[in-house]
Design a protein around this ligand. Structure first.
Ligand SMILES: *Cc1c(COP(=O)(O)O)cnc(C)c1O
Length: 267
C-alpha cells in the first residue's frame, strides 16, 4: 500500500522489526511455494493478530497485508470495527485520496454456536467448522445474507482427543450434508498439526489432510470453488506449503513475542 495519510502509530524500531518479520515470512512462503512447484501468489498469508496490538495491525495493513486472523469472536468484532473505521478515514477526509487498503478478517479459532451470528457479521471466512450442529447454526444465522457465508471444515487428522474437527472418514458425509445448506459455501478444509511429534508428525498430518482435500475435490464433494486448504502456523508453515497448503495462518513469526499478558482473558 506504500505510504498512507494515516499516522504511523508504532515507534520506528517496532515498526521496522514488524516489517522485517513480515518480509521474512513472505519470503519463506515464496520459497516453499517454489519448492512445491507453485508461485508465491498461490499461497495466502493470514496474519494471525490475536496476540498483537491494534497498532501492529494498522502497520501491517499499511504494509499491504490483506488477510488478518483472530481466534476469539469478541476481539475479532472489536478489531474489525476499529480497523474499518481507520481504513475508511482517509477517504472521508479527501475523496480523491487513493483507495483505502483492503482488509479481510478470518475467524480461525473454534467457534461457539451462540457466537456464530456475531462472527458472521465481520468474518470473510470461518475456518473451524467442526460439527454439524455448528454448521446448522451458521446456516440458520446466514439466512438474510446476500451471499453465502464461506467456511472451511476442520479435520481432526491426528485423532487427538484434545483436538477439534471432523474425523477423516466422516468428512465426505459432512460435506454432503452441508451441500444442502444453501446459505453456506464450503471453500475447503483446515487442520492443525499435533501438539507433539515435531515437524515429522506435522508433515504426516498435512500430507493426510491434503489427500483428503484432493479426494473431496475429485469426487466433487465440496462442489465448485472447493479450493482452500488452510494448514500451517509459525512453526510449520513451510512444511504445510510443501504438502499443498494454499493458505497459512501465521501469528508469532509475524507479530513477535507477545508484549502484554492478556491472553487469558475470557473470550
Ligand atoms: C494462534 C493460531 C495460529 C497462529 O499460531 P502461531 O503459532 O502464533 O503462528 C494459527 N491457527 C490457529 C487456529 C490459531 O489459534
Amino acid at each position: 500500500m506504500g505510504d498512507s495519510a494515516a499516522p504511523a502509530p508504532l515507534d520506528a524500531a517496532s515498526a521496522n522489526a514488524l516489517r522485517e518479520r513480515w518480509t521474512d515470512v513472505k519470503q519463506r512462503i515464496a520459497a516453499a511455494a517454489m519448492r512445491s512447484g507453485r508461485k508465491a501468489s498461490d499461497v495466502v498469508l493470514v496474519a494471525v493478530t490475536k496476540s498483537g496490538s491494534i497498532d501492529q495491525i494498522r502497520e501491517l495493513v499499511n504494509m499491504g497485508q490483506v488477510d488478518l486472523g483472530e481466534n476469539r469472536v469478541q476481539q475479532l468484532v472489536q478489531r474489525a470495527a476499529t480497523i474499518s473505521e481507520w481504513v475508511g478515514r482517509p477517504r472521508e477526509i479527501d475523496p480523491k485520496s487513493p483507495q483505502p487498503p483492503m482488509v479481510r478478517w478470518h475467524m480461525i479459532g473454534s467457534l461457539q454456536r451462540n457466537k456464530a451470528r456475531k462472527c458472521m457479521e465481520v468474518a470473510r471466512l470461518i475456518h473451524g467448522v467442526d460439527s454439524l450442529r455448528l454448521a446448522e447454526e451458521l446456516q440458520a444465522a446466514a439466512v438474510r445474507r446476500e451471499s453465502p457465508m464461506e467456511v472451511l471444515v476442520e479435520v481432526n487428522v491426528s485423532g487427538e482427543a484434545s483436538k477439534k474437527g471432523i474425523a477423516p472418514p466422516a468428512v465426505r458425509h459432512m460435506l454432503d450434508q452441508m451441500d444442502t445448506m444453501m446459505n453456506l459455501k464450503v471453500r475447503g478444509l483446515m487442520c492443525m498439526a499435533p501438539l507433539d511429534g515435531g515437524l515429522d508428525a506435522a508433515r504426516r498430518t498435512f500430507e493426510r489432510c491434503s489427500e483428503i482435500f484432493h479426494e473431496c475435490q475429485r469426487s466433487g464433494a465440496g462442489g465448485d470453488r472447493f479450493d482452500i486448504l488452510s494448514m500451517g502456523m509459525s512453526g510449520d508453515f513451510e512444511v504445510a506449503i510443501e504438502c499443498g497448503a494454499n493458505l497459512v495462518r501465521v501469528g508469532s513469526a509475524v507479530i513477535g513475542p507477545p508484549l502484554v499478558e492478556e491472553l487469558s482473558e475470557e473470550a
